[in-house]
Write a protein that binds this ligand. Structure first.
Ligand SMILES: C[S@@+](CC[C@H](N)C(=O)[O-])C[C@H]1O[C@@H](n2cnc3c(N)ncnc32)[C@H](O)[C@@H]1O
Length: 294
């Protein structure tokens, strides 16, 4: 392990609540910056999507995409939640460009086990080598598969094979200003194609441009739970009835006045008012036509 390079790439960062997270030096963003990994995973994904209820119901395996494996905060909190009452198998697919953030966190945890505590008790050497693994808890199977590649590139590649479609997606990417490829309309249309069934996706952001992008990609979009000092986040779903608080006509009216509502198209992050063509397409979205709710 190239420690010097890793410490130049990531920094340990103490959060206001006292727990430690990490910061990408190149990108200039901190993982789970406000409330830390555990509370963020619990609020944004596990409670919001009633994951423990889903795990406690018998049925087909629960398939979750963990986009942005990072230091495995979201993945391990999901596994912990599933392992409490596993009535269904769990198929967890984690995506990242590489495992460098995780290796950094593992090194920090090995030096002080209070840092990244969710990493305790697992055979990481084997997991890193096998890029995931298969585990049994109370007779139920966890299949954890890593895909270490550019996520938008994987989705755009017709030769890539996919197993079961996701029921939930935990979308934890760097911001559009820093990681444009993960947010474009073209990319979200590709994600939508891979979600043919009931699927819900959670995001930290409540940006109007993100919500417009998701709607134009074919998702239904609603307001998500508050986390930390963010009073609102975003949820996208393949059906309107999956949303607890769908965006409504009032939101659509505000889009017209927003100076940052143009969907994420083009080669780089920019902000502007929505174009007439995109506004027409947005207004025609079934989410805003009462006859089109499903
Ligand atoms: C905010 S961190 C994720 C934190 C993680 N969910 C956790 O709980 O620790 C964002 C992650 O997205 C990954 N990433 C950036 N660009 C990517 C891309 N094009 N494809 C896949 N992953 C990418 C980064 O390597 C980084 O680990």
């Amino acid at each position: 392990m190239d420690t010097e390079k890793m410490s130049a790439e990531f920094l340990l960062k103490q959060l206001p609540g006292g727990e430690f997270s990490m910061r990408s030096v190149n990108i200039g963003e901190t993982f789970h910056p406000v409330i830390g990994a555990r509370r963020e995973a619990e609020n944004l994904y596990l409670a919001q999507f009633n994951v423990s209820g889903r795990c406690a119901r018998a049925g087909a395996p629960l398939t979750v995409w963990d986009v942005g494996l990072g230091a495995a905060g979201n993945a391990m909190h999901l596994i912990e939640c599933w392992a409490c009452q596993p009535q269904r198998d769990l198929r967890l697919v984690s995506f990242d460009l590489d495992d460098r953030a995780l290796r950094f966190a593992l090194k920090a945890h090995a030096e002080d086990e209070t840092k990244f505590p969710w990493l305790a008790g697992w055979d990481w050497e084997k997991i890193l080598r096998e890029q995931g693994g298969r585990f049994t808890v109370s007779g139920r199977q966890l299949c954890w598969e890593w895909r270490l590649a550019d996520f938008p590139g994987l989705l755009a590649d017709p030769s890539v094979s996919w197993s079961a479609a996701p029921e939930l997606i935990f979308y934890d990417a760097y911001s559009p200003a820093k990681c444009w490829r993960m947010w474009t309309l073209t990319h979200w249309r590709n994600v939508r194609r891979r979600c043919p069934d009931d699927c819900e996706i959670a995001f930290h952001s409540r940006a109007t441009a993100l919500r417009v992008t998701l709607l134009l990609a074919g998702f239904y979009v609603g307001r998500g739970v508050a986390i930390g000092e963010k009073e609102e986040t975003t949820v996208a779903a393949t059906r309107r009835t999956l949303l607890r608080r769908p965006l409504d006509e009032m939101w659509l009216r505000r889009v017209r006045r927003s100076t940052s509502a143009e969907p994420y198209t083009g080669g780089q992050y920019t902000q502007s008012s929505i174009s007439a063509g995109h506004l027409a397409a947005l207004s025609a979205h079934p989410q805003f036509q009462s006859a089109g709710w499903n």
